[in-house]
Design a protein around this ligand. Structure first.
Ligand SMILES: Nc1ncnc2c1ncn2[C@@H]1O[C@H](COP(=O)(O)OP(=O)(O)OP(=O)(O)O)[C@@H](O)[C@H]1O
Ligand SMILES: [Mg+2]
Length: 390
């Protein structure tokens, strides 16, 4: 991730200093300039100084006692600085203030008191969005699999989805972020290295070092194995940003088994994802939990990326799929049939159901992979050329 240049506009001296420390603490941005007063017109000398700093982001602190001047400044900065995003900082207890700031052109509204994680997440959202617009080189897509509650089937979905993507398109990696990683067991692999080794060595990471931490499955899928002890040292949010930045520049599809992990890192990874698959079953406790997880991940901006996967699916009389969607608050993407014997014996043998081609369950995961990649340009092209040769 390139370093972002930030200008801070805050009339309160203490707040200006705090914001500067927080911005510099993210390690993905640095403060290029600070202003102690708001610009009031396009020709204002303050405006010229901000322009001279050539910022990627201008952060405007909205003082509780004088929001009108801050709103005018947001509007001006948004109008006058073409390629720059304006972030508003303020209290969340005045909804009208948030609406006004967004209408004036703020791209993000960040709560005061602000944390480094809040800023880091906003910076990551910005660069991810910019990348989509710039289309700079081919970047991989991240699909994250989260369970509504323990044992719902996240690892089963992640492992088989990754195998399906590898078989259809190649160049796929599975990252095990679960609190205790099971995916190596599902794949019958014995990893020498894991996620902790990769994050410990991020400072000297290049493509060959990244590959050396992976464990290769016979079909070509690469696995960055998870932790095998519950007490492993957790990577920081900044380290996750760096790691995922490397992963999407090396792999076409990155599947994340997040299982039941719910912490700032999982929120961040959800934000970096193209789609977050929330795996739940159709029982009351599972759907109740799905709604809570949806809320937790949604609060940090991932709501529109969340999709429901109903696992162990079977028709329940009097309970429709719309009821499940309403209970979880997430749109349904896929159903995985209830096949306890096939799935549990596949896990015990370390031979995932995707390897048993032509079975209903293998077709189900191929279908999910197809659904998630249907809009990818080169996938479409392949489908077209196949059609032409028939
Ligand atoms: N479609 C299915 N039909 C029947 N049983 C299933 C199905 N999917 C998963 N299971 C069973 O559920 C169990 C839990 O699955 P899995 O380990 O994938 O869940 P998880 O959400 O990753 O759990 P954890 O909380 O441990 O991370 C498995 O042992 C498997 O036997
Ligand atoms: Mg799991």
């Amino acid at each position: 991730m390139p370093e972002l240049s930030v200008v801070i506009v805050a009339t309160d001296n203490e707040q200006r200093t705090v914001l500067q420390v927080l911005v510099d603490g993210t390690s993905v941005a640095r403060t290029a300039h600070t202003c102690a007063s708001f610009p009031v017109a396009a020709a204002d000398p303050i405006m010229r100084r901000v322009q001279a700093a050539n910022p990627d982001v201008v952060m405007v602190d909205i003082p509780p006692d004088n929001s009108a001047l801050a709103m005018r400044a947001i509007e001006l900065l948004h109008q006058e600085l073409d390629e720059c995003a304006v972030f508003a900082i303020g209290t969340l207890n005045q909804p009208q203030l948030i609406v006004n700031a967004m209408r004036a052109g703020a791209r993000e509204f960040i709560e005061r008191p602000t944390t480094t994680t809040d800023l880091l997440e906003a910076f990551v959202r910005l660069t991810t969005a910019q990348r989509r617009v710039q289309k700079e080189g081919p970047r991989g897509k991240v699909f994250t699999v989260v369970n509504a509650k323990g044992g719902s089937g996240a690892t089963t979905v992640a492992v088989n989805l990754a195998l399906a993507l590898q078989s259809a398109h190649g160049n796929t990696v599975l990252i095990d972020l679960a609190p205790l990683g099971h995916s190596a067991l599902h794949l019958n692999l014995k990893p020498l290295f894991n996620l902790a080794d990769a994050t410990r060595n991020l400072h000297r990471m290049d493509s060959s070092l990244l590959e050396s931490f992976m464990t290769r499955h016979p079909g070509g899928l690469q696995l960055l194995a998870g932790s095998n002890t519950p007490t492993a040292i957790e990577p920081s949010t900044t380290e996750f940003v760096r790691l995922f930045d490397m992963l999407v520049s090396h792999y076409r599809y990155v599947v994340v088994d997040n299982s039941s992990r719910l912490d700032p890192a999982s929120r961040l990874v959800a934000n970096l994802s193209e789609c977050v698959l929330l795996v739940a079953c159709t029982d009351v406790a599972s759907l109740w939990s799905a709604a809570r997880v949806q809320q937790y991940l949604g609060e940090s901006g991932s709501r529109e990326r969340l999709r429901l996967v109903l696992n162990r699916f079977r028709k329940v009389p009097g309970f429709s799929e719309t009821d499940a969607e309403n209970a979880a608050g997430v749109k349904l993407l896929w159903r995985v049939p209830n096949q306890y014997f096939a799935i549990s014996s596949a896990i015990d043998r370390g031979s995932p159901v995707m390897e048993q081609s032509h079975t209903e369950i293998a077709r189900c995961f191929s279908g999910l992979a197809h659904e998630l990649t249907r809009n990818d340009v080169d996938v479409k092209r392949t489908a077209w050329s196949l059609f032409k040769t028939v």
